[in-house]
Design a protein around this ligand. Structure first.
Ligand code: DGT
Length: 232
């Protein structure tokens, strides 16, 4: 048994060891789909660590607002932005977590399969830039432990999230169009609902996230045992 455990540890990817890795849940969904509200619901649970998306770091890297630059001039800044997103997502995946469950807002996978994919298809990220991001992505996902055990897909309609984005009125996001949201929706659907184009890194739990805040609590409670890995 000891030999097998040693072998298992040696063969495990860099980062956290296989034996002490928490049950890791990636929370995915379109912009404005309610990922933050979802995480809020679980934040006081004693078994749960929340790995929030590093948007604040994207807004201030040594005084540079990379998120703002991205929306102002995507042609110029998307490579810079996606490179930094990939790094900060990797850091989130590798954080040492003491609790049994790690709820992560997005993942290195949605950055690649939804956002980089969109920028690439639109010709905003040039093929050489995508090739560099992909080399990193491939190396990271094969050599580092960025494994996810479950994906919660907060599934929405583009029109609903677009209204939410208008309502919350983040300064960086005023240039977001309904068309952009529709394309991101399709990319999430292809990846997590139809399961085509890209490999799905974990089983997917689909939550109807068009529901408003009061009704969606019930939906969260319904799925709580699965999300907290307590369904045997
Ligand atoms: P929520 O709570 O579901 O409303 O979540 P949001 O909308 O706060 O979080 P998210 O990740 O959908 O988006 C935050 C902002 O960052 C939004 O303007 C989209 C942008 N964003 C996030 N990840 C990426 C990425 O990898 N590439 C690009 N281009 N933008 C990204």
């Amino acid at each position: 048994v000891k030999q097998r455990i040693t072998k298992l540890i040696k063969s495990s990817k860099l980062g956290s060891g296989v034996l002490n890795r928490p049950f890791t849940v990636g929370v995915e969904g379109n912009i404005g789909s309610g990922k933050t509200t979802f995480l809020e619901h679980f934040k006081n649970h004693e078994d749960v660590h929340i790995s929030a998306e590093p948007v604040d770091r994207w807004r201030n890297l040594n005084g540079h607002n990379l998120l703002g630059l991205l929306y102002q001039d995507p042609q110029k800044w998307s490579f810079t932005f996606q490179s930094y997103v990939q790094l900060t997502m990797l850091q989130n995946h590798l954080n040492k977590i003491e609790k049994p469950v790690n709820l992560m807002e997005r993942s290195i996978f949605s950055a690649r399969y939804c956002f980089v994919e969109k920028l690439s298809r639109d010709g905003i990220l040039s093929p050489p830039s995508v090739a560099v991001i992909d080399s990193w992505f491939h190396w990271i996902t094969t050599k580092m432990n960025v494994d996810v055990d479950l994906i919660v897909y907060l599934r929405t309609s583009p029109e609903v999230v677009y209204q939410r984005i208008l309502k919350r009125n983040r300064p960086e996001e005023i240039s977001i169009s309904l068309d952009y949201i529709k394309s991101l929706h399709e990319l999430h659907e292809d990846w997590l609902y139809h399961k085509r184009l890209h490999k799905c890194p974990a089983p997917v739990l689909i939550v109807d996230a068009d529901l408003d805040k009061t009704k969606i609590k019930k939906e969260y409670q319904r799925w709580e045992p699965n999300i907290l890995n307590k369904k045997f």
